[in-house]
Design a protein. Structure first.
Length: 105
């Protein structure tokens, strides 16, 4: 049975205007093709503990890890990822989070 997963990401956006125009606009249709939902995207995230990274935080939801990996590795997303990594940001990190409550035994 497929389980919901989330991708949490933070990045250092160089120019919000360039980021939104070149990356943000074409990003959503690709995300939706893989049944992804953008739950949050903000420059107003507040770090509660530890070190923050960057100036832009996103949270996405997918119905399964297969759909999440399909999105991240898709031919459609590859040029956008290349653009984001090499031109629009000064670094990023992303974490795949299973939608489960892990219990230590």
């Amino acid at each position: 049975m497929a389980s919901t997963v989330y991708i949490f990401g933070q990045m250092a956006v160089k120019s919000y205007e360039d980021y939104f125009t070149q990356y943000g606009s074409p990003f959503l249709p690709i995300l939706q093709k893989f049944q992804g939902t953008l739950l949050a995207a903000t420059k107003n995230g507040r770090t509660l503990e530890g070190e923050a990274f960057g100036n832009w935080t996103v949270l996405m939801q997918f119905p399964s890890k297969e759909m999440a990996y399909g999105f991240v590795t898709s031919e459609e997303y590859a040029p956008l990822m290349e653009l984001r990594v090499n031109q629009l940001t000064d670094g990023a990190h992303a974490v795949l989070i299973p939608g489960e409550i892990a219990v230590m035994e």
